[in-house]
Design a protein around this ligand. Structure first.
Ligand code: IDP
Ligand code: MG
Length: 221
């Protein structure tokens, strides 16, 4: 809240200096104003970085910034997870670890969307069945989660592709036994996170906010 107050006053200050430029008759040289404004921007940015070292605003792509707390992953609870009413339990794993829910929606994907999502597997014998399963009519829950190492940690939370090989503490290892009904998807790398977030969500659907406990979860000190 403190930082947003500061941000607001910085915005007001910059507006005020614009007005001063346009109305002052014999204003000091533009250079003086420009360097004062630049110094203000730099020190405000430094202040912000000190307050929230985990936030790197301005440097984000749709999948955040790889290797920082702004990293994002696309996670989807598949139709079996929805039908088996495991949505809450699955979301809890990400929430309780301290990750930030950036976007969420429930939908039945079109065949075109499901095919594009799994396009890398198009030559595999199970591709048609996979698309049919994902587009069955029982919805999926598509989400974007954000936080430090979310892509790799998301994969660990989800577990190995074949639930019989999944760690028992993972979602698949706890709730699934079949590779064809393994409940959940999570991006397997930064490039796939970028592709998948862009495929399933418009940028306007991705929220920018800071959970109240964020610094308590993400800071390294
Ligand atoms: P992943 O979901 O762990 O990333 P991928 O190899 O990318 O695993 O496969 C995507 C999805 O395709 C799996 O989650 C699973 O639903 C399905 N799948 C993978 N291998 C098989 C298989 O051998 N038979 C049936 N479905 C499979
Ligand atoms: Mg995969």
């Amino acid at each position: 809240m403190f930082s947003s107050t500061l941000r607001t006053s910085a915005r007001m200050a910059s507006r005020a200096s614009v007005r001063a430029f346009t109305t002052a008759r014999a204003a000091p040289s533009t250079k003086v104003y420009t360097s004062l404004a630049a110094a203000g921007v730099v020190s405000f940015a430094a202040y912000q970085a000190a307050q929230y070292p985990v936030r790197l605003e301005g440097a984000k792509t749709i999948a955040g910034e790889k290797g920082t707390a702004s990293e994002r992953s696309f996670v989807m609870i598949k139709p079996d997870g929805v039908s088996r009413q495991l949505v809450g339990k699955i979301i809890s794993r990400f929430e309780e670890r301290g990750y930030k829910l950036v976007a969420i929606k429930s939908l039945t994907p079109s065949p075109a969307l499901a095919k594009e999502h799994y396009i890398d597997l198009a030559s595999r014998p199970f591709y048609a069945g996979l698309v049919k399963y994902i587009t069955s009519g029982t919805p999926v829950v598509a989400m974007v989660w954000e936080g430090k190492d979310i892509i790799r940690q998301g994969r660990r939370i989800v577990g190995a592709t074949n639930p019989l090989e999944s760690d028992p503490g993972s979602v698949r290892g706890q709730y699934a036994v079949s590779v064809g009904r393994n409940l959940i998807h999570a991006s397997d790398g930064f490039d796939s996170a970028t592709k998948e977030i862009g495929l399933w969500f418009d940028e306007a659907e991705l929220s920018e906010y800071e959970p109240i406990a964020w610094p308590w979860v993400m800071a390294d000190n």
